[in-house]
Design a protein around this ligand. Structure first.
Ligand code: SAM
Length: 217
């Protein structure tokens, strides 16, 4: 990875004080969080806050999620390294980069072209060739690369889109915030044949998923 600035100590501190101190235990997730340079995914004026315990603005009224939420959503997928996964809501590309260390291939889709292009440039710069960025309405998923062992939705949906459940592989997991525009519950869905089991994880607050199976603009 081509990271010339030294934020390694900040990342180590972030992992110890924000992740290990809570419930992040998956060693692969902890390692990925130690590696991905979050400061590269935030606007220059927020560099000094890149490893703080919260979300930050990334432009277009969108945010990069809190490091703990990125780690938690990644951990909930229980990846081993050989999977194909999908993320809806590329935003800055940070979550996708973390997944890039945890899976074989990561497809990620963003509705704002400008954010997608910026994230693509960053992936190239960081040498993350297994992260594939698409532009469009991710509430419909990305059926051309399905099935996925894991799907992460990083924007809030009013209901779980059936299109996303349909794109899960056998034993695959979908992690998605579901609720109102003001607050949601993080849900984890597990596919067993034609059966889908849902588990509530924690209350969260995400920006809305805007699209066919999300909210209207
Ligand atoms: N994962 C991102 C990161 O690591 O920076 C954070 C994403 S931000 C909380 C949510 C993103 O979802 C925004 O960039 C927003 O534009 C995007 N989004 C909302 N609805 C979408 C849709 N239907 N399809 C694709 N992207 C969408």
């Amino acid at each position: 990875m081509n990271d010339k600035t030294d934020f390694e100590a900040d990342r180590k501190h972030m992992v110890e004080n924000q992740l290990l101190s809570r419930d992040i235990r998956d060693p692969l997730v902890l390692e990925a969080m130690r590696k991905v340079p979050r400061h590269r995914f935030v606007l220059p004026e927020y560099h000094h806050l890149a490893y703080s315990d919260g979300p930050l603005p990334i432009g277009r009224g969108q945010t990069i999620s809190q490091p703990y939420i990125v780690a938690l959503m990644s951990q909930l997928l229980e990846l081993k390294g050989d999977e194909t996964v999908l993320e809806i809501g590329t935003g800055s590309g940070y979550q996708a980069a973390v997944l890039g260390f945890l899976a074989r291939d990561v497809y990620t889709i963003e509705r704002h072209e400008e954010l997608a292009r910026q994230a693509s440039r960053l992936m190239e710069d960081l040498g993350l060739g297994n992260v594939h960025i698409h532009i469009g309405d991710g509430s419909k998923g990305l059926p051309q690369y399905a099935p996925y062992k894991g799907i992460i939705v990083t924007a809030a949906a009013p209901n779980v889109p059936q299109a996303l459940l349909d794109q899960l592989d056998e034993g695959g997991k979908l992690v998605i915030p579901v609720g109102s525009r003001g607050g949601q519950f993080l849900e984890r869905w597990l596919r067993k044949g034609d059966d889908f089991q849902c588990e509530n994880v924690i209350p969260v607050a995400f920006v809305p998923l805007v699209g066919k199976y999300g909210w209207e603009e």
